[in-house]
Design a protein around this ligand. Structure first.
Ligand code: ATP
Ligand code: MG
Length: 571
């Protein structure tokens, strides 16, 4: 490809609405352009990287025995009504009507559509296992689309769905996908970690997220310093260690805390550690109030609380509900004298003489004690893990916390969709059985963005060869010089013929601006053809990563480029 005939609208300025580096660089490198919030054009250069990721995904999915199909974005409401998600999915689901007033949605995921195919076509156990996947546009009306392709509203996803005769067979399908994902992200050149994730109401312990480690990541992930344990923050278990404070219970004391509402304000005002305060949070679980207690320096984990309560919906109670339940303004809730369900984090079980809200304006209580002053229905792990917590799996390991970007997700669905949509098969004995399913997603655009988060420097992107839009760029320093152009074209033709994807920068630009663009768009290898070296038959070969420069005879430079590319693609 000749640069002069290609379309790479690079820009110098940092776009105003771009916060993270991958978004900034993808805009600056002319890879993407915004159409509306969370909706982007993929320009030619950006599309090349996207297609590379898709190709790697296809190769690995096919290798694992999955079959590609393509389902429509447009999904009739009936299928979603059958699964029950039409009501549950909320505002992320973009719904619309056709001219006949029939209701549809833009698919945010395709469990319903794919299960509909399988329930119509699969009759016998002989047709299973089956794994169907697609690479396709999804729409989710995200509340806060941001970070470019990282959290879009319209985005490309690879979604796969496995169908098996029973749970054990479904485990095997899951394992295959898990391993395929490892290969995919490794081949994309990503530094990632597979972590345990919450399975929500679907049950089972089998969901993993593939997280790319990056400071800009929206997710917190937890891993053990001593063993393999890794989970996302929602799921990470806090080890059951109840340290009992041996202190004698002191008399309960009322203390005035005027306008002191937060844990920080109360502990500073009473000159006490935040860990000696018990935080009281009122929630509505399936619309009924529940009080959750946890140590003042800990954070509540809503997913854990929801799982412990076994409720369908859980939300922090709005101010009016808190006032109704506690008889006090927000900021003074406490367990003493309250007649609603009370659950507490297991850490609270060992605490003595702690501070709690007094359920009255400007009032807190000192020296509150479990059993004597109030009772708790249930102690459970309902807090977020903090760095230094003991590992729940090994002895001696401590928890470390990282930021990550979720690029992939594998999930054992069990019979959730096959039951509601009645996807069954006849077993060897002719008996009707429900199919076991799994679903497996990868964010394609998000993977490219995540890769840039991990691979860049002050000058721009540093693409790993497997997903670089081009492998090599030839910078012809003075394209008006016939000898230079002839040499550059010869190199270009030979590399292209050898399968090296090459961009020939034949633009009539200053060398400095050619180099700047080449660095910005992150092409891994650069051959510089200039008349000064060419008279000796040499060109410069520069590695984008690390910046190493070698002066080599033309044939050697080409051989090295071919070898470097071949080695990178063979991994
Ligand atoms: P998140 O928690 O980041 O919203 P999710 O749990 O909703 O992700 P899944 O439903 O598991 O995501 O979707 C599969 C994959 O699709 C994710 O792992 C991610 O890579 C990608 N993805 C999800 N939402 C978006 C989005 N808004 N923009 C780009 N990619 C996305
Ligand atoms: Mg989401």
């Amino acid at each position: 490809m000749r640069y002069s005939q290609y379309f790479i609208p690079t820009v110098k300025e940092i776009p105003a609405d771009a916060e993270v580096i991958s978004h900034i660089l993808m805009l600056r490198a002319g890879m993407i352009r915004k159409v509306a919030a969370g909706i982007y054009n993929y320009l030619p250069l950006g599309l090349r990287s996207i297609r590379k990721v898709e190709q790697i995904i296809r190769e690995e999915m096919n290798r694992a025995g999955a079959l590609e199909l393509l389902m429509p974005v447009t999904t009739p409401a009936e299928l979603w009504q059958e699964s029950g998600r039409w009501e549950k999915y909320g505002k992320e689901l973009l719904r619309f009507r056709d001219r006949k007033e029939a209701e549809f949605c833009m698919g945010p995921t395709h469990e319903e559509t794919v299960t509909d195919i399988v329930r119509r076509e699969v009759r016998s156990y002989r047709q299973l296992p089956l794994n169907l996947y697609q690479v396709q546009t999804k729409f989710r009306d995200e509340i806060r689309p941001r970070f470019g392709l990282m959290r879009g509203r319209e985005f490309i996803m690879k979604d796969a769905y496995s169908f098996d005769v029973d749970g054990a067979a479904a485990d095997i399908s899951y394992e295959k996908m898990f391993n395929a994902y490892r290969r995919i992200f490794q081949r994309c050149g990503l530094n990632y970690r597979a972590v345990e994730a919450d399975t929500g109401s679907i049950g089972g312990s089998s969901s993993h997220e593939f997280m790319v480690l990056a400071d800009s990541g929206e997710d917190a992930i937890v891993s053990c310093s001593g063993c393999d344990y890794a989970a996302n923050m929602e799921k990470a278990e806090a080890k059951q260690v109840v340290v009992t404070d041996g202190a004698e219970p002191l008399p309960l004391e009322r203390v005035a805390t005027p306008e002191k509402r937060s844990i920080q304000e109360v502990s500073a005002f009473l000159d006490a550690a935040t860990s000696s305060v018990v935080k009281s949070l009122v929630f509505l679980a399936d619309d009924k109030p529940v009080l959750a207690l946890l140590r003042g320096d800990h954070e509540l984990n809503e997913i854990k609380l929801k799982n412990v309560l076994g409720c369908e919906t859980l939300e922090l109670a709005p101010d009016a509900a808190v006032e109704k339940v506690t008889g006090a303004p927000v900021g003074f809730a406490g367990p003493v004298g309250l007649s609603i369900r009370i659950v507490a984090d297991q850490t609270v079980a060992g605490m003595k003489n702690f501070i709690v809200g007094g359920n009255d304006r400007d009032l807190h209580l000192k020296n509150a004690n479990l059993g004597r002053d109030f009772s708790v229905e249930l102690f459970a792990d309902i807090r977020n893990v903090v760095p230094g917590d003991a590992c729940p799996r090994c002895n001696g390991g401590v928890m470390e916390i990282w930021r990550g970007i979720e690029v992939g997700h594998v999930f054992k669905l069990g019979t959730k969709y096959s039951e509601s949509l009645k996807a069954t098969y006849l077993d060897a004995a002719g008996k009707e059985q429900v199919i076991f399913m799994g679903c497996y997603g990868i964010g394609v655009g998000r993977s490219v963005a995540a890769c840039i988060e991990q691979n860049h420097d002050a000058d721009g992107i540093i693409f790993p060869i497997p997903i670089a839009p081009f492998h090599c760029i030839i910078s012809a320093l003075n394209p008006k010089d016939e000898a230079v152009m002839a040499a550059a074209e010869q190199i270009y033709n030979e590399l292209t013929a050898a399968g090296v994807e090459t961009l020939l920068d034949d633009r009539d630009e200053r060398p400095g601006s050619k180099f700047k663009d080449a660095d910005l768009i992150g092409i891994p290898l650069r051959i510089v053809v200039g008349n000064k070296n060419l008279v000796n038959g040499n060109v410069e070969l520069k590695q984008r990563r690390g910046g190493a420069v070698e002066l080599l005879p033309i044939a050697d430079a080409m051989a090295k480029v071919r070898q470097t590319v071949a080695e990178a693609l063979a991994q």
